[in-house]
Design a protein around this ligand. Structure first.
Ligand code: AMP
Length: 306
């Protein structure tokens, strides 16, 4: 039984008020794989061009990421994304989205991936996400979907078809408002859950994340950090920590999802400390445990109710 991850693998160029990166390795699937592989082996589905460094693929393979589902289009270019963060580091503008290999990507689920128990559909063309669901012969125990405003603008109909088929949807607050047409996040959550997902996670950047299920809500804070260097990939890393924990424990209860959200938040707090995937690559189990203890401290308090 396995965790299958689908998502973009990319080159990114990032500008923050404090610095600028060259073309670096990015992509939703890349961040998810770097993060979730701390918890469980992964089977990865994606596409890259001939310009994507083999050393990057080898580094993932060395972490127990099975790349049989990653197509390499030798004569094409890898997906490219560029973004600029505002002064608050919480909001950004997309400067460039060059789909390149993503444009005509037809995913093929290898036979060896048919044992998929947990499916993490990271940010990618909605039709590709849908195709992966449809190719699986047995319905996974849990399907989690992450997406972004870009796809709401260019492929809303396809996106709604995928949303109808997943168990957990992850979006940020702006995207929840865009998807539901409602400013109130509580009402937006109800509207979105009526579209299909039984669980909705709304990410609010440095203001934490909300988990909705029926009439229950759980809130996880983000760790207050002295310095945020590059928020890119924080959402994907959050997703990787969430699904990594769920796949490791094989427990899809609401209670365990609360823990998974805290783990996602802890992993995301590491991601933003350096440019790109750099910080995630150097994490040890001791680092992860120490940050989780900080989270426990952050939200731990006693109260006597009369
Ligand atoms: P996040 O900061 O978690 O929203 O994710 C940023 C990552 O998403 C970057 O590494 C980008 O390469 C990737 N990305 C940006 N736009 C898209 C898109 N339209 N589809 C798939 N991946 C994207």
């Amino acid at each position: 039984m396995s965790l299958v991850v689908v998502g973009s693998m990319a080159f990114d160029a990032i500008e923050t008020p404090f610095g600028k990166s060259d073309k670096i390795i990015g992509g939703a699937g890349t961040y998810i794989a770097w993060c979730a592989s701390n918890f469980t082996p992964i089977k990865q589905i994606s596409v890259v061009g001939g310009d994507f460094p083999q050393s990057e693929l080898d580094a993932l393979a060395a972490r127990n990421v099975d790349l049989e589902g990653v197509q390499i289009k030798k004569d094409e270019k890898t997906f490219f994304w560029s973004g600029r963060y505002h002064m608050d580091m919480n909001s950004r503008d997309t400067l460039v989205t060059e789909l390149n290999v993503l444009e005509n990507f037809q995913p093929v689920v290898p036979d060896n991936f048919q044992d998929c128990e947990f499916l993490m559909l990271g940010n990618l063309v909605p039709a590709v996400q849908l195709s992966v669901i449809e190719q699986l012969k047995t319905k996974p125990k849990l399907i989690v979907l992450d997406t972004m405003n870009f796809w709401m603008e260019v492929a809303m109909d396809d996106l709604k078809k995928v949303i109808a088929k997943v168990d957990v949807l992850m979006v940020n607050d702006g995207e929840a408002r865009q998807l539901s047409g409602d400013y109130s996040l509580v009402r937006a959550a109800k509207t979105i859950m009526a579209m299909g997902p039984k669980y909705l996670i709304i990410k609010k950047g440095e203001h934490g994340a909300l988990l909705f299920h029926e009439n229950n809500v759980f809130f996880a804070p983000a760790l207050p950090l002295e310095e945020v260097f590059d928020p890119t990939g924080a959402g994907d890393t959050f997703a990787g920590g969430f699904i990594g924990h769920i796949a490791k424990t094989k427990d899809i209860s609401f209670e365990n999802m609360k823990t998974a959200i805290i783990i996602g938040s802890a992993m995301a707090s590491y991601c933003v400390e350096k440019f790109g995937t750099e910080r995630l690559r150097e994490l040890s189990q001791a680092d992860i445990d120490s940050r989780l203890s900080q989270f426990v401290e952050l939200v731990n308090f006693d109260i006597n109710l009369v």
